[in-house]
Design a binder for this molecule. Structure first.
Ligand code: NAD
Length: 436
């Protein structure tokens, strides 16, 4: 099949590369000339495990190409994916300007039947808006399908190649057939392609992300209560996660969710609810709790240093919003670093993948280190914001010698309390009481 992918970011590049891998002829389009130049030169602008192998193979075999020219990109394409940004607008709703701009352009240039697929996360009713925008000037027949993406950054290739399910919203029999053909190689193990109408597909994506954000947030509230009643949230997690109705995943307490999806999607669903005069009370609580949770470690830091961070050096491990990605959008680390800087602390950071992105944002306001241990050298304490595996079993003795104070503020509950006690650390974590 000939496929065009418009928008070559995290989702677009993975989508394009994976569909090339299943034998399709793919052209990825982006307006960012620097990005397209990098891709044409064989360089991947994001960090995503496993993507490089597929990317190299498909570029070498001529199935994966890149352009800034939309007309060239969609030439003869049977399907056209829109993997464009849908950032929150000022009122929290998803901003559709990128999508509708491309839809407008498509109306002017489309010269053959194509299925235009909304892969971006878009509010209910967007397929109709995209259809109207294309139809304004279109001289040919076309269908607009909603096909939300459920991949997780960090395991995006695996998620895309072996999806738990594929959700397709369409009422067109012709588009349905094409979508079945497109996804057949990815669901050979029997995972379902679930067909529904466009509005339900759009809603499914928001329901999934909001549910997961709620699950995390519920556990964070349990953790906060654990601190008050003297219980250990890790034990609660084990105790409830084994119940198959609850499930083991997304039960880890921490300093809140971040990333490019959960915060904006929960906000957008809340806005949709408001637009339809529905008071979605749980969503409001999820947003409120997560807002506070991201700053959960700061009072602990302040109290340890007697509310005087001036001149103190705080080491930070982990900047990305989660492990295995360089994505720092809405990462809890950023808010905390800003608060530390405002309080007069020096901040020295290490992250295996996300430092370049943070440098682009904060420049020389903080110091970047090439190893986790270098960040600890003469630091007054350590804060942990991302659960990269390499932080899980560090050399505690070495750390103790490098740090001025053996104190760790752990936003991801990486270490056992007993172990920290034995090693003589002062250890703050989430929902487990303090080890002193
Ligand atoms: P991104 O910002 O990484 O990529 C978007 C790309 O679109 C950028 O490269 C940008 O230059 C390009 N672009 C903007 N306007 C364009 C235009 N007119 N023509 C061509 N290209 C244009 O975003 P992303 O993380 O890939 O997310 C895309 C969508 O997918 C969003 O709606 C997001 O909510 C959704 N989504 C993201 C994830 C994720 O994990 N990142 C997962 C599922 C769904």
């Amino acid at each position: 099949m000939k496929i065009a992918v418009v928008g070559t970011g995290y989702v677009g590049l993975v989508t394009g590369t994976c569909f090339a891998e299943t034998g399709n002829q793919v052209v990825c389009v982006d307006i960012d000339e620097r990005k397209v130049k990098m891709l044409q030169g064989g360089e991947i602008p994001i960090y995503e495990p496993g993507l490089d192998v597929l990317f190299d193979r498909n570029v070498a075999e001529g199935r994966l190409q890149f352009t800034t020219n939309l007309s060239e990109g969609i030439k003869e394409a049977e399907v056209i994916f829109l993997a464009l940004p849908t950032p929150p607008g000022e009122d929290g709703s998803a901003d559709l300007k990128y999508i509708l701009k491309v839809a407008d352009d498509l109306g002017n240039i489309l010269d053959h039947y194509a299925v235009v697929i909304d892969k971006s996360t878009v509010p209910v009713g967007t397929a109709e808006k995209v259809t109207a925008a294309i139809a304004k000037n279109a001289k040919v027949d076309f269908d607009v399908v909603s096909n939300p993406e459920f991949l997780r950054e960090g395991v995006a290739v695996e998620d895309f190649m072996k999806p738990d399910r594929v959700v397709v919203g369409t009422t067109s029999a012709k588009a349905k057939k094409i979508m079945e053909k497109l996804y057949a190689p990815l669901v050979r193990q029997g995972n379902p392609v679930i067909f529904m109408d466009e509005r339900s597909a759009e809603m499914t994506k928001y329901a999934a992300n909001s549910f997961l954000a709620m699950k995390i947030t519920f556990m964070n509230e349990i953790a906060n209560l654990c601190e008050k009643v003297g219980a250990n949230v890790d034990d609660i997690r084990r105790g409830i996660g084994t119940d198959s109705r609850i499930g083991k995943r997304f039960l880890f307490a921490g300093i809140g969710y971040g990333g490019s999806c959960f915060p904006k999607d929960v906000q957008a669903l809340a806005k949709t609810s408001a637009d339809y005069d529905y008071d979605f009370r749980i969503l409001k609580s999820v947003m409120d709790v997560n807002y506070d949770q991201k700053k959960k470690l700061l009072p602990m830091v302040n109290s340890y240093f007697n509310n005087d961070l001036k001149g103190k050096t705080i080491a930070v491990w982990g900047l990305a919003f989660k492990p295995y990605t360089d994505d720092i959008r809405e990462a809890p680390a950023l808010e905390n670093i800003e608060a530390l800087l405002q309080a007069g602390a020096q901040v020295v950071v290490y992250d295996p993948e996300a430092m370049a992105n943070v440098k682009g944002l904060l420049g020389d306001q903080i110091t970047y280190c090439h190893t986790p241990y270098a960040a600890l050298d003469d630091a007054d304490g350590l804060m942990i914001f991302t659960e990269w595996p390499q932080f899980r079993t560090p050399e505690f003795d070495k750390m103790g010698k490098l740090l001025k104070n053996k104190v760790i503020f752990d936003g991801r509950n990486l270490y056992e309390l007993e172990q920290m006690k034995e090693l003589g650390y002062t250890y703050f974590s989430i929902g487990r009481g303090c080890v002193d």
